[in-house]
Design a protein around this ligand. Structure first.
Ligand SMILES: NC(=O)c1ccc[n+]([C@@H]2O[C@H](COP(=O)([O-])OP(=O)(O)OC[C@H]3O[C@@H](n4cnc5c(N)ncnc54)[C@H](O)[C@@H]3O)[C@@H](O)[C@H]2O)c1
Length: 445
């Protein structure tokens, strides 16, 4: 049991503004799903906050409320969406173009609500996202001007929509690969780099910084560095603003963080893991550029390394060939195919193979994660929990962690951590799964 006292959580009164960077496939699927669920037209399947339960107390107590009834989360009815995108299409047109949801079945019924979400001019620079050519932008790549414009947008949105709280979510294209460097180390260096229009300051960092300057929690659904740099992590901690990232854990990596821990749990060895994807949405097109793909590749590759821990188990994982490919293949649209070939070995070194072919839907998997992240980040803010929200690792391919900690990738450890954090927030005892007490009671103890 932790000695850290549970926080006091402010109630979720009033309206929650959700500001999304990027109004593409994931964002429009999220917005449409929330509007449909609000009206009872469709179920928010895949969302832990909407459908999940949480066990409280002993197994024999029979207490397993819905998470949304246990923790004071914002209600779907209270969410108001806003977005930025270099394409001028409103959410209705953008959803049609993304082609994820069926128009007659799902978009027409909520067309009015979708039409109301019109993208604000984006802080966009082609240098960071190569394959997008659109002009609903600020028409400047001066970084200070971009930062100021985003801050003004946040405040205008707050006023116009009369929202009480805000969360910002990056669901925009994956930017080119950048590594943390000296310009990300301190506020002074970061501010100077903004004024110098330094290459190491990507637009996503400006959105994240603007959010933090306005006291708004930030979640990063893409693998870009964005808020995962010392200067912004420190700022978020000092000013008590929740941040989390990176990269929604949806298709292939979701499977990897279930199968990888299974191999390790059974002490089965691994020779190679070849993962390939075909997808034909705009995300796939952006990732077709090598600089943008590099960012995604790093995020996808890191997972196995951490799970398997070759240093501790050299005989099992000392010589693993791990390869990840993403191929842009337009005919598939958003319906990605993620194919895995796993070469493993067992008792006395005998080889085996495992093949997974996940015919998934990218945005259908991502939208519920985006919703949960927004609702839990808002909860964290009301509970006064600033800085990195490691308990939200469950949702990310490359979870942000405090310096010196390794990220936990195992999906079920992540889920346990998330639920224990909710229990702690609400003053309930954590569940360790030790369970010895059930047997001691039998002996009259
Ligand atoms: N769908 C998934 O399963 C999944 C999983 C993990 C991560 N992601 C990431 O989520 C992000 C969104 O995915 P998607 O399928 O919706 O992509 P998408 O291409 O459909 O939408 C991204 C949108 O972002 C816009 N954009 C680019 N730069 C911008 C900027 N500076 N400001 C504002 N808007 C900007 C683009 O114009 C585009 O409309 C991508 O980075 C993707 O890699 C998606």
């Amino acid at each position: 049991m932790t000695n850290v006292p549970s926080p006091t959580v402010a109630p979720a009164d009033g309206r929650l503004g959700v500001l999304i960077v990027g109004l593409g496939a994931v964002s429009t699927t999220l917005i449409a799903g929330v509007e449909l669920a609000k009206r009872g037209i469709a179920e928010p399947i895949g969302s832990l906050t909407q459908m999940g339960t949480i066990r409280l107390g002993k197994r024999t107590d029979g207490r397993s409320p819905l998470i949304r009834e246990f923790a004071p989360l914002a209600k779907l009815e209270d969410i108001v969406f806003g977005a930025w995108d270099p394409f001028p299409d409103d959410a209705y047109v953008a959803a049609q173009r993304a082609g994820v949801l069926e128009s007659g079945r799902h978009l027409e019924a909520i067309s009015e609500a979708l039409r109301e979400v019109r993208p604000m001019a984006a802080a966009f620079d082609n240098e960071y996202v190569k394959r997008i050519d659109a002009d609903n932008t600020l028409h400047t790549i001066d970084k200070r001007s971009m930062l100021n414009a985003i801050r003004e947008d946040i405040n205008r949105f707050r006023e116009d929509k009369q929202v009480d709280r805000l969360v910002m979510l990056w669901a925009a294209s994956t930017e080119i690969f950048l590594e943390p460097g000296p310009t990300h180390a301190s506020i002074e260096a970061f501010e100077a780099a903004i004024d110098a229009n330094d290459h190491t300051i990507a637009p996503s960092m400006l959105y994240a910084y603007a959010a933090l300057l306005e006291g708004v929690p930030f979640c990063n659904g893409a693998p870009n560095l964005t808020v995962d740099i010392p200067v912004l992590r420190t700022y978020a901690t000092v000013h008590n603003i929740p941040i989390s990232g990176k990269d929604f854990k949806t298709g292939q990596t979701l499977i990897k963080t279930v199968l990888g821990p299974m191999l390790k749990a059974r002490m089965l060895g691994l020779k190679g893991w070849y993962s390939t994807n075909i997808l034909g949405n705009r995300d796939g097109e952006v990732l077709d550029d090598p600089d943008n793909f590099k960012t995604k590749e790093e995020s996808k590759l890191g997972v196995l390394e951490h799970i398997l821990d070759a240093e501790k188990f050299p005989a099992l994982y000392g010589d693993v060939y791990h390869k990840v490919r993403i191929n842009y293949y337009p005919p598939r649209g958003d319906n990605k195919e993620g194919w895995d070939n796993i070469d493993l070995f067992g008792w006395l070194g005998y080889p085996m193979q495992l093949k997974v072919d996940f015919l998934c839907r990218d945005s259908i998997l991502a939208a519920p994660l985006a919703l949960d992240l927004v609702l839990f980040s808002d909860l964290a803010a009301r509970a006064g929990m600033g800085g990195i929200q490691e308990w939200l690792s469950f949702y990310y391919k490359a979870p942000m962690v405090a310096p010196g900690l390794y990220p936990e990738h195992d999906l079920f450890i992540q889920l346990t951590k998330l639920k224990n954090t909710l229990r702690w927030i609400m003053g309930e005892a954590p569940i360790t799964h030790l369970g010895i007490e059930y047997y001691l009671e039998d002996e009259g103890e």
